[in-house]
Design a protein around this ligand. Sequence first.
Ligand code: IVH
Length: 673
Amino acid sequence: MSGSLKTIQDEMARIALEIEKHDRAYYELDQPLITDAEYDALFRKLQRLEEQYPSLASPHSPTKRVGGKALEQFRKSKHGIPMLSLSNALNEEEWIAFDERLHRFLEATVDQQFEYLAELKFDGLSINLTYENGLLSRAATRGDGETGEDVTDNIKTIRSIPLKLRTANPPEKIEIRGEIVLPIEAFLALNRDQVERGEKTFANPRNAAAGSLRQLDSKITASRPLTGFFYGVGEVTGFTLPKTISAFEDLLETWGFSVGKQKRICVGSKSVIEFYREVEAMRDSLPFEIDGVVVKLNSFSAQQTAGFIARSPRSMIAFKFPPKKSVTLIEDIQVQVGRTGALTPVAIVSPVNVSGVMVKRATLHNQDEIDRKDIRIGDHVVIQRAGDVIPEVVEVLKEKRRGDERRFRIPDSCPVCGSSVTREPGEAVSRCSGRNCIAKLKERIKHFAQKDALNIEGLGDKIVDQWVDEGLVKHLHDLFELNYDDLVSLEGFADKSVRKILKAIDASRTPELYRLIFGLGIRHVGETTAKQLALHFKSMNRLINAGRDQLMEVDGVGDEMASSILAYFSNPEHREELEVLLPKLELIEPKPSEKAQIFEGKIFVLTGTLPNLGRSEAEKIIEDHGGKVSGSVSKKTTFVLAGEEAGSKLEKARSLGVPVIDEADFQALLRGH
Ligand code: IVH
C-alpha cells in the first residue's frame, strides 16, 4: 500500500474511533459530547472517504450501522452451541418447587442455600452474536435453537451493540447471547407512524422488535431505535470464562454491552422472591417491557452439573409475572352477535395501554358475569390481558362510583335483526333466534373462510361485511357463484383485486374434509373434533346421515356435541345449503393411512411453541401416524411434546413422571429411532 493510502486509512480509522466514542457517550452514558450536527458531519466525512476508497473501508466501520443493500432472503446460520429455552414458574409456589427440585437433583440439603443470579426477563427476541478476535462477525436469530437466520447487517445498525469488543485480549471466538428489544416509547411512536402511512400496527413491542429486526432491507432496521441487553454465552474458544454468570455479565459490560441494571445475587429462595416482588413493583416504570425475572444458578460449574431437561437448563428458570392489569372506564356496553347467534356483551372502554397494547374493548362474557361482578356503564374497572386473548374485565372499583352508573341488560330482541332473543334453561348464553340475521351470516362466512377452515386468502372481515351488506352473499355457497361483474363495481375493488380474490375462492374449492366440517361452524365442533369426525366417517354424506350412537363412537364426541351435530344436520336450511354447496367442492377425504401407524395407542399432549413445526402440523403428523392428541396431561399421556414457553402442562408432566420430549426427540421417534 502506498504511503498516501496508508495515511488515508489511518485517518478513516481515527474517525471511526471518534464516532464510536460519541456513540458510547450518547447511547450508553446518555451524555453526548458533541452536537448532533457535529456528529453528522463526522459521520458523513467517513462515509465520503469510504465511497472514494471502498477497498480501505472496514467491514466494522460505524457507517455500517445505517444499513446497506436489501437482501433477497436471510441466510441460515448454525449456532456454535444450540440456543435453549427456559422452563417457567408462574407463581411463588412454583419457584419454591423449582428450588427444592434443584436441591434434590444436586443432592443438597435444605440449609445449603444456593447462590442465584436474579435478573430481568426482557420481552424481546433472542439473538446470538459471534465475535472473532474481538470483531462482530455474525448475528443470528434463535430460529429452531440449532440454526437461526443471519441478521448481521441489521444488528450492525443497533448502535448500542459493539462492533468491536472493548478489550485488548478478546477471545479467539465467543458467542454472546441476549435479547433485542424496542423501548415502549419507540414502539408507540412507530405505531403512530404506521397508522399515518396506512400500514399495519404492531400488537406489542416484542412483535415490533421482531418485525424490525427481520427486515431484508437493513435501512428499515436502522430507522427503528432497537436496543439490546446481553446475559449469556455460547461457544467460547481461546478464553477462560469467569466462574460465575454474574462475573461474566460484569465482563460483558466492560466489553461494551448493555446488561440489565436491575439484578441481584440472591442467596436462598426467599431472597429471590424479594427481588421478584421489587421488580414487579417497578415494572411499569421501566422504559422497556419485561415479563418476569430469570433466575440462574450463579456458578457455571454448578450449572453444568445440573444439566438439561427437554432442552432447558435445570439450573435456570423464568419466574414470570402474572398477566398485566390496567384500570379504565366503561364508556358503553354493546352487544355482539356471533356465528351461532350468541349475544356477547362487550365493554367499550376508554383506550388504555395494557402491556404495550392499546385496548378499547373488553369482553364481559354474558349476562350472568355482568350480574356477578355487578358491572355498570360508567364504572371504573380493572381489565386484564392474558397472552394474546381478548382482554376481560376482572373487577369493578366500586369505591369510585358516583351514583350515575347505569346497569345493563342484554336486550330481548337482537340489536341487528330485531328477532327475539332466547336463553335456554341452564345456559349462560342468550341467542338471536332470527333465521336471516345478517350479523350471524357475516360471522358464519368469516368462520368458513378463515385459515383453519376453507382458507380463502384475502377474504377478511371487512370484505365479508361488505358482500353481505350488498346482498351478494346470503349462503356459504354464494361465495362460489360470485363473478367478476358482481365485484368490480364494489368500493375498494379494481380489476386486479377482483381477479385475486376470485382466484383465492377458486383455490379453496378442494379442502380436506375436516376443514369443511370445521368451517360449517357447528356448535361445539372445533378443529380437533372436526378432524376426528373426518377420520371416523371419511365422507361428508356419512357424517350428515350419522345417528347419535355412531356419533358417540367418535373420540371426543359426547352427548352434548352429538346433539349439536344432529341439530345442525337436521335443520332443513342447513341441508338445503349443503345440497348446493357440496357439488361445488372437491373434498379431499382421508384415505386409510398409508403411513406406518407408529404412534398407534400413543397419546401426546402439546405445549409451548415448537421451533419448526406449527401446532396443527405436529398434530397432523401424530394423527397421520395413528396417535392421538389430547389437551391435558394425565397418567395416560404417553409423551408431552414441549416447545418454548411451555407452561403448566410441563410441570404437570414432570410431577406425574410423564416423559417430556422436544421437537428433535419427536423427529427422532418419527424416524424410528
Ligand atoms: S437466559 C437457556 N436471561 O427468555 C436459555 N434469557 O423464555 C437461557 N430472556 O430464550 C436464557 N431475558 O430469549 C435469559 N435475562 C435473561 C433473559 C432471557 C429474556 C429470553 C431468552 C430466552 C427466553 C426463554
